[in-house]
Design a binder for this molecule. Structure first.
Ligand SMILES: [Zn+2]
Length: 353
């Protein structure tokens, strides 16, 4: 666990460019919220973060495959981890919505990985699922620190509390899974793939929870985070990258959905939250072409690829796309409609010719 923590300093849900826009365009209070969120995140990167829980101090995991071990804490508006234990596995609701949402969504995410992939928590060995809510004041982010989930309450004007969205929880836990299985470097194209895998499995967790088919799913990421004041539907759209929001304060969703619009940038670790739109759309195209439940064949192919030993830490889009085609071939056969759908999807976003 210590190693993964070192390799994954910090992957917040909120892209830094969104917070930077709020500092440029927001009112005084919103500017202050965004600035202190970025400061907290930079402090985290600079090693001034609150010390993570020592491994030996972690609560017990779950010895029983199929059953999670959840622990939800409150930081009581301070920047401390893990904080005060509010609810643990098997205990009833606390009537604090943030605590109860975190508990519920950690459970839904556990259930998705167990029932769909027979994976017993992030490490396959029942690792406890820890969440801390009410982190900081007006903190506009949620993150996974290698050991646990952390949620801010949002600013209440643009963003609701970060426990509101199941796909935010599932996105962050998926970073833990990707870290363990593939260790994709969080920069450039491998970083955009890392982000995309979290959106794919985050969205699949939500689709599984709701029982939605590929046609019924909204394919949005973070829809519940946005208040009614924001002109937008979510932070990202996997079906139509670049269309999630267009708002006076937040600006326009910068995601491309095709390689011709690939964004070369130094910021955001080389555009990891921007260019992830391209592989996100490839997954959406695969799922909607095949129809039915997206966690079945499409989810299985992407999950198989994540376990593939040929998946290098610095893989690019072409390398990843080629591996998904190969994994579809191995599982479903070279003449299968699954292979055809995956190949056509990557062709459709300009990654494979
Ligand atoms: Zn992420």
């Amino acid at each position: 666990m210590t190693i993964s923590r070192l390799r994954t300093p910090r992957q917040g849900f909120m892209p830094p460019f969104v917070l930077e826009r709020i500092i440029e365009r927001g009112g005084a209070r919103l500017q202050a919220c965004a600035r202190q969120t970025l400061n907290a995140d930079h402090g985290f990167r600079a090693g001034r973060a609150p010390a993570p829980v020592a491994d030996e101090a972690l609560p017990a995991g779950s010895p029983t495959p199929g059953e999670p071990a959840r622990y939800v804490y409150s930081a009581e508006q301070r920047q401390v981890l893990p904080g005060t234990l509010m609810r643990e596995e098997g205990q009833g609701a606390t009537n604090d919505p943030a605590v109860d949402e975190a508990y519920r969504w950690l459970g839904a995410t556990y259930r998705f990985y167990w029932e769909v992939f027979e994976r017993h928590s992030i490490d396959r060995q029942g690792m406890p699922l820890l969440g801390t809510v009410h982190y900081g004041q007006d903190y506009e982010n949620a993150f996974w620190n290698g050991t646990q989930m952390v949620f801010g309450d949002g600013d209440g004007e643009l963003f609701n509390r970060f426990t509101a969205a199941l796909d935010v929880v599932a996105h962050e836990l998926a970073h833990g899974v990707t870290e363990r299985d593939a260790g994709l470097i969080y920069a450039g194209q491998s970083g955009a793939l890392n982000e995309s895998l979290s959106d794919v499995f985050g969205s699949l967790t939500k689709q599984y929870h709701l029982g939605h088919s590929a046609a019924e799913a909204d394919w949005l990421i973070g829809a519940e985070l946005l208040t009614e004041r924001v002109q937008g539907r979510a932070l990202r759209s996997m079906a139509a990258p670049g269309t999630a929001y267009d708002d006076p304060v937040l600006g326009q969703d910068p995601q491309p959905g095709h390689m011709t619009d690939y964004v070369e940038t130094e910021s955001d670790n080389g555009g990891v939250h921007i260019n992830s739109g391209i592989p996100n759309r490839a997954f959406h195209l695969t799922a909607t072409t095949l129809g039915g439940y997206a966690w079945k064949a499409p989810g299985r192919i992407w999950y198989d690829t994540l376990q593939d030993r040929r998946l290098t830490r610095d893989i690019d889009f072409v390398g990843f796309a080629t591996l998904t085609v190969d994994n579809a071939d191995q599982r479903f056969g070279s003449r299968s409609r699954e292979v055809e759908a995956v190949r056509e999807a990557w062709h459709g976003v300009g990654v494979l010719s």
